[in-house]
Design a protein around this ligand. Structure first.
Ligand SMILES: CCC1=C(C)/C(=C/C2=NC(=C\c3[nH]c(/C=C4\NC(=O)[C@H](C)[C@H]4CC)c(C)c3CCC(=O)O)/C(CCC(=O)O)=C2C)NC1=O
Length: 169
């Protein structure tokens, strides 16, 4: 598992280079956004259950057939599995946000996920909708917590979305 710093060092070390101007710029931008990343993770941590719940309700309102007979989230077991998955995405997004690197998502979340979903008939489109709904809620709450530039919040949610759907969002 890597973060912004270790991945940059690994990159330079593999070619035996000192940290150059580009490296300095990357590091500066990472450290400059550091407190905002930590604060955003704090906002997620403090509101995780509510964020998942709100995004889930919105998703099932937008795509009601998911929870009707024949829908993939129909039955309490599958409904719960769906919200649990949303909670996984939110928690790992908060890790990736702090790390400033998406490696943790590849390693812990995305590996084999598409195959699992396909074999269980979990629809990718609505899953992506749920992830994007959580992103929007998190961004609102992070902005309300006084963080002006919330752009970095997009990164992990969009990354999961892109990797799951294997297309640009
Ligand atoms: C931490 C990394 C990690 C992830 C990401 C993960 C996902 C994951 N979601 C699963 C199932 C599932 N995932 C969903 C999710 C949904 N169904 C819908 O209609 C919605 C669109 C969506 C919610 C947004 C459902 C309903 C199941 C149960 C499917 C079944 O058993 O038939 C399964 C199959 C095993 C199980 O049920 O636990 C895995 C492995 N597991 C992990 O360890």
């Amino acid at each position: 598992m890597r973060d912004a710093v270790t991945s940059l060092i690994k990159n330079y070390d593999s070619t035996g280079r000192y940290l150059d101007r580009n490296a300095m710029d990357d590091l500066k931008s990472y450290f400059n956004s550091g407190m905002a990343r930590v604060k955003a993770a704090g906002v997620i941590n403090g509101n995780a259950a509510a964020i998942v719940k709100q995004a889930g309700l919105q998703l099932f309102e937008d795509v009601p057939e998911l929870i009707r007979p024949g829908g993939n989230a129909y039955t309490t077991r599958r409904y719960a599995a769906c919200l649990r998955d949303m909670d996984y995405y939110l928690r790992y997004a908060s890790y990736a946000l702090v790390a400033g690197n998406m490696d943790v998502l590849n390693e812990r979340v995305l590996q084999g996920l598409r195959e699992t979903y396909n074999s269980l008939g979990v629809p990718i489109g609505p899953t992506v909708m749920g992830i994007q709904l959580m992103k929007d809620i998190v961004k609102e709450q992070v902005a309300a917590a006084g963080i002006t530039d919330t752009a970095m919040v997009d990164q992990p949610f969009d990354y999961i979305t892109r990797e799951l759907s294997e297309q640009d969002v």
